[in-house]
Design a protein around this ligand. Structure first.
Ligand SMILES: C[S@@+](CC[C@H](N)C(=O)[O-])C[C@H]1O[C@@H](n2cnc3c(N)ncnc32)[C@H](O)[C@@H]1O
Length: 429
């Protein structure tokens, strides 16, 4: 009861410049030394994971705008602020705060970046436009990619070690080489220290460990419920994630760079994919050419923004019965019709194919039987006609016999009367 109550009360707690010392460190050490030296035309991507009511996203926007200037900020920066809680996201989107909420904003920044409307403070509209608030479940959803700075403060602590391990692994995947992770004061990277190096432990700033290929990314899938923390704050498992994972059709997801970012249970068992394959370029994986060549279709699907279908694909796995697959390459698009990646589904149509073949054979047999019946019918008709004519012939013969009989009878009568006449003459003589 107590942890639940504790979480219910504290789960959305946040504030501008929470832990000011850590923000000073970020502003003075991380922003100038790492973020700014990037090319002037290069975009800067920031992910605020577990943003609650948006104060943290506004804080990082102000820090960057101060460092780069408004124009460069507007042109180069994109801040993705995500949370599981829809109510908190709605509040974030309004970006309007009470006097009490903005108390922790330094006075000069408050004047510069907030407009007072009545008794509320509205966050700078220009800066606000660079922030995209969206729903994202850290446990179940694939991470936002190519991020330069990732803030996930006072959120990891709600998950148990196993879940944290998985999320941290995804964070490694999400960050660009040289990217930074900024955690909350009460948090530390419990595990997977091989994926991040502490830059300043006190302020919880970590840098991504650059690896040719991170092989240990087993955490892109929706987790079984048993993995999640017992004191998880009222979080429902993502329905779409569960649906994808448990689909009876094998499916994989590739991001815009052609890296394998997700696959479901059926794909795992059908094609022997495993966690090490996540994050690898598709061309490095057997699935890119077996059971069917995928790469040209992927390009076609992405460019033409339409589903490409390979029908009747033979699949002969060693040691298992062969199957026929229908492979679909589906471009995944956002609201603006931009292609974010490709989903490839492998539907086992063996049963359907078998039924189709059986139906065709049956149809052919039916047609042959029909033709046989037809010819038998015609034969019967001919026989019938022959019989008819035989009957008619017989009838004619009968009539002829009848008339011959009648003639014979007449002759007989004539002979009889001639006989009688002869008898009379005989008597007279
Ligand atoms: C204490 S707040 C932290 C807010 C802010 N980062 C800060 O440090 O001030 C924790 C946030 O994590 C969010 N959260 C909890 N579980 C989550 C999950 N599985 N995925 C994404 N966000 C989650 C909650 O909705 C809440 O807004």
């Amino acid at each position: 009861e107590f942890p639940h109550l504790f979480n219910t009360i504290l789960i959305n707690v946040t504030s501008f410049f929470r832990d000011p010392e850590a923000w000073d460190y970020l502003r003075d050490q991380v922003v100038p030394t790492v973020v700014l030296p990037q090319g002037h035309d290069q975009s800067l991507r920031v992910w605020v994971a577990g943003c609650a009511s948006g104060e943290e996203a506004c804080t990082v926007a102000m820090v960057l705008a101060e460092a780069m200037g408004r124009d460069a900020f507007r042109e180069r920066v994109k801040i993705y602020a995500t949370d599981l809680d829809d109510d908190a996201l709605n509040t974030s989107r309004h970006a309007t705060y009470t006097a009490r909420q903005v108390e922790s904003v330094p006075a000069e920044l408050l004047t510069k970046y907030f407009e007072r409307v009545g008794d509320r403070y509205v966050f700078d509209r220009e800066l606000r436009r660079s922030i995209v608030f969206g729903r994202h479940d850290l446990i179940n959803d694939a991470p936002i990619s190519r991020v330069d700075l990732l803030l996930c403060r006072n959120t990891l602590m709600y998950f148990n070690a196993e879940v944290q391990e998985r999320i941290v692994s995804r964070f490694n995947f999400a960050l660009n080489e040289g990217g930074f992770l900024f955690l909350g004061r009460a948090e530390t990277l419990l595990t997977h220290t091989n994926l991040f190096l502490p830059v300043d432990l006190k302020n919880r700033v970590f840098s991504k460990v650059t690896r040719g290929r991170v092989r240990d990314r087993s955490f892109m899938f929706p987790l079984p419920k048993s993995f999640t923390n017992d004191v998880e704050p009222g979080v429902e498992p993502s329905l779409s994630g569960a649906a994808f994972e448990q689909s009876t059709v094998a499916a994989i997801v590739l991001n815009a760079e052609g890296l394998l970012v997700q696959f479901n249970e059926r794909a795992r068992t059908t094609f022997g994919l495993n966690a090490r394959d996540l994050g690898r370029p598709i061309q490095d994986l057997e699935i890119s050419y077996r059971p069917v060549e995928l790469r040209s279709g992927m390009e076609q699907a992405a460019v033409q923004k339409r589903v490409i279908i390979h029908r009747d694909v033979a699949w002969n796995p060693p040691g298992a019965s062969s199957a026929t697959l229908e492979v679909r390459l589906i471009p995944l698009q956002n609201d603006r019709k931009e292609v974010l990646g490709i989903m490839v589904s492998f539907e086992d149509v063996t049963q359907m194919k078998r039924l189709q073949t059986e139906l065709m054979t049956f149809n052919q047999e039916l047609e042959t039987a029909y033709e046989e019946v037809q010819s038998t019918n015609e034969e019967l008709q001919t026989t019938n006609e022959e019989l008819q004519s035989t009957v008619e012939e017989l009838e004619t013969t009968n009539e002829e016999l009848q008339s011959t009989n009648e003639e014979l009878e007449t002759m007989n009568e004539e002979l009889q009367s001639a006989n009688e006449e002869l008898e009379t003459i005989n008597e007279e003589l």
